[in-house]
Design a protein. Structure first.
Length: 109
């Protein structure tokens, strides 16, 4: 497996964005997700894991309106195994306020 940063995103709006998509013919073990609040105000964030072609569902949420304290970093140690086409989606309650990073291992399925 190749340990690495799998995705980085600092949303410029409050819409849901894709932090990471498992490439075709790969499977991925997600070790952690980091959410850095680089503002002086507490912010809320959301993180969901979507099975490739599934529609939105409440069962996908890992974090829903979790607080990231002002000028602090929230690190979620998760240990998820994802298949090709699965996604990690994120959302911030404020534009240009949070930086999301996902770390893990990719291997050929």
């Amino acid at each position: 497996m190749a340990k690495k940063i799998l995705g980085q995103l600092s949303p410029a709006d409050t819409n849901e964005g894709t932090l990471y998509t498992v490439p075709g013919s790969k499977e991925t073990v997600i070790s952690s997700v980091s959410i850095c609040n680089y503002t002086a105000t507490d912010r809320k964030f959301r993180v969901r894991v979507k099975v490739a072609a599934a529609g939105d569902a409440d069962k996908e949420w890992l974090y829903y309106d979790q607080v990231a304290a002002a000028n602090d970093t929230y690190i979620a140690t998760v240990g998820l195994t994802l298949a090709a086409g699965d996604l990690i989606k994120i959302r911030s309650d404020a534009a240009n306020a949070l930086a999301f990073q996902v770390f893990g291992d990719e291997k050929t399925a």
